[in-house]
Design a protein around this ligand. Structure first.
Ligand code: WQD
Length: 339
């Protein structure tokens, strides 16, 4: 029996593949390499010393997915396959809805055809919307998303809840990620965004290695202790382990369950910049700029439910995230591109 990681060649998928392999599972990755590299899968094999079955297919391609399911005995699907750039989703909403919703529908249809009834979904704290106050707790109603990317997560959560109502044997664990950063401690896999990073952490690491001159801090006039926004940064290896913990839970429980994957702690933009400089002994030149439209001041998780249901909690702190993320970037200044 194997775990299928749909979109498993990406940043979170590769780290999750390592943790599943280390826990003794067989891993199958399906990825169209739209936003990832085959080299990342080879690095997963190098870290673990184990083989991965890799299918370079688009999860929207039903025939290709049916072929995969007929060749592999898939027990559980972990679904990361999707586009994730917030700004791009505002400019190209139809592309986001077509891809993110279409991939999920195809996966669910093929799972139904092959009698596979366990699903772990890569959701996002973005579904809490702008109305809910932090800490975000799973009992809160979902809010209004501010962009199509967020709405795709919101809608896919709804698909899964509806599938669980229609089929009492189906289990879906909806993992709401906060802000995953850092890299595997080996420095062999890490985040490798295309073009100018949208997210703060890869921006910081690229400034630290001299790939970009300056980090702009988006606003220092928020109602927070130092005026900069607060987020719940979580080490990507901790996040990956949360997926491994979700599988026995899905085996033992039917129905849909929403679970936050965060640390429960908030860190400001300036705190993370200073922690990065301190732990790595490097300068991260930065300047204060205007606020970025759509940002909220404070966003962090309530992390209790994951500990209660999955027996999982984040163990790595901001210093670990900064050290491991810088290690990856110094070993791979241009990401996977040099290979
Ligand atoms: C974090 C903080 C910025 C860049 C987004 C998506 C979310 C999820 C994760 C994933 C904010 C500040 C950023 C920079 C800065 N999506 N910042 N200078 O916005 O919390 O979440 O990514 O696929 O759905 O919305 O993360 O890393 O973009 O920003 O000052 O150059 O860093 O203003 O306060 P965010 P982020």
């Amino acid at each position: 029996m194997a775990i299928l990681l749909a979109g498993g060649a990406g940043y979170i998928g590769t780290h999750t593949a390592v943790e599943f392999l280390n826990a003794g599972y067989d891993v199958v990755i399906a990825d169209n390499l739209y936003n990832s590299k085959a080299e990342a899968v080879r690095r997963v094999e190098k870290i673990t010393g184990k083989a991965v079955s890799f299918y370079q297919i688009d999860v929207c391609d039903k025939a290709a997915l049916q072929k995969l399911f007929s060749e592999q005995k898939i027990d559980t699907v972990v679904h990361f396959a999707g586009m994730k750039a917030v700004g791009e989703s505002v400019a190209k909403p139809l592309m986001y809805y077509r891809n993110n919703l279409g991939a999920t529908l195809t996966l669910l249809e093929v799972m139904k055809e092959f009698g596979c009834k366990r699903f772990v979904f890569s959701s996002s704290a973005t579904v809490y919307g702008v109305q809910n106050p932090a800490p975000f707790c799973e009992t809160m109603p979902r809010g209004e998303c501010s962009n199509p990317y967020g709405w795709t997560k919101w809608m896919i959560e709804q698909f899964l809840m509806d599938v669980c109502v229609s089929d009492p044997e189906f289990s879906a664990v909806l993992l709401r990620y906060f802000n995953p950063i850092g890299a595997h401690e080996s420095g062999l896999i890490g985040e490798d965004p295309q073009g100018v990073p949208n997210n703060i952490f890869p921006y910081i690491t690229q400034v630290a290695v001299g790939r970009r001159p300056l980090l702009t801090v988006f606003g220092d006039d928020y109602d927070t202790p130092d005026g900069t926004c607060i987020r719940d940064y979580i080490h990507v290896v901790d996040l990956a382990k949360g997926h491994v913990a979700a599988v026995p839970y899905a085996e033992a429980h039917k129905g849909a369950e929403v679970i936050n994957l965060g640390t429960g702690k908030g860190t400001s933009v300036l705190e993370i910049v200073h922690a990065f400089e301190h732990v790595n002994g490097v300068k991260v030149p930065h300047a204060i700029g205007p606020r970025r439209p759509g940002d909220i001041a404070v966003n962090y998780s309530s992390a209790d439910k994951a500990e209660q249901l999955l027996g999982w909690k984040a163990e790595r702190d901001i210093e670990d995230m900064c050290r491991d993320g810088y290690h990856w970037q110094t070993m791979n200044p241009m990401g996977y591109a040099e290979e």
